[in-house]
Design a protein around this ligand. Structure first.
Ligand code: FMN
Length: 181
């Protein structure tokens, strides 16, 4: 049965390496027969979580911005793939803010069961992304029906578009998507 895959990309720059990896994962997931939607945080208005916790009773955030539509997409997808540039060995601030703003989902029913991370970084090696992976694992652990299902880091990618020359990284991102079923 095809799964509903939602990919959230968080780099704000043109020719983003992590976004390119996300495109490959989307292609792989589609080839495996899944339905795929990709949303970018570029040009989105997303304010910081204020920590008021009103959402824990109402199920809705008090802030009116682009999270109004995106939180529901997260709740209803079967599979979530997040793509981030590595910033100071961590998730990008924009992705962290996005994840914090998913707090209305904490007391709710949700469909997602598998959570993946794609990341791009200047430095090479899986170790570069381990704190970012740990951050997303922490978020996933707050949704006990879901599991952290895997990650790919595209190292050696500094300038926009660098990952284009990294066939191994793009293949790994494609295979991550292709394995979803
Ligand atoms: C603020 C900032 C912090 C960064 N920190 C790191 C880092 O800690 N380790 C690293 O390897 N690369 C670091 N980089 C480089 C980016 O991860 C790299 O350029 C990556 O390709 C960006 O992905 P994107 O093209 O999807 O935006 C940093 C870049 C910026 C702008």
């Amino acid at each position: 049965m095809p799964r509903k895959v939602l990919i959230v990309t968080s780099s704000l720059r043109k020719k983003s390496n992590s976004e390119r990896m996300a495109e490959e994962a989307a292609r792989g997931a589609k080839d495996a027969g899944n339905t795929v939607e990709v949303i970018s945080l570029k040009d989105k208005e997303i304010h910081f979580c204020r920590g008021c916790l009103a959402c824990q009773k109402s199920g809705k955030c008090v802030i009116r911005d682009d999270m109004d539509t995106m939180t529901g997409k997260i709740r209803d997808a079967d599979v979530l793939i997040f793509a981030t540039p590595i910033y100071y060995y961590e998730l990008s601030g924009q992705l962290k803010t996005f994840l914090d703003r998913c707090n209305p989902l904490y007391p709710q029913e949700y469909a997602f069961r598998d959570v993946y991370l794609l990341s791009a970084s200047a430095e090479e090696g899986e170790k570069v992304a381990e704190k970012a992976v740990s951050g997303l694992k922490g978020w996933t652990a707050c949704f006990p029906k879901a599991r952290f299902a895997g990650s790919v880091n595209g190292g050696g990618a500094t300038a926009p578009g660098d990952v284009e020359g990294h066939a191994k990284t793009l293949k790994a991102a494609y295979e991550l998507g292709r394995a979803i079923r």
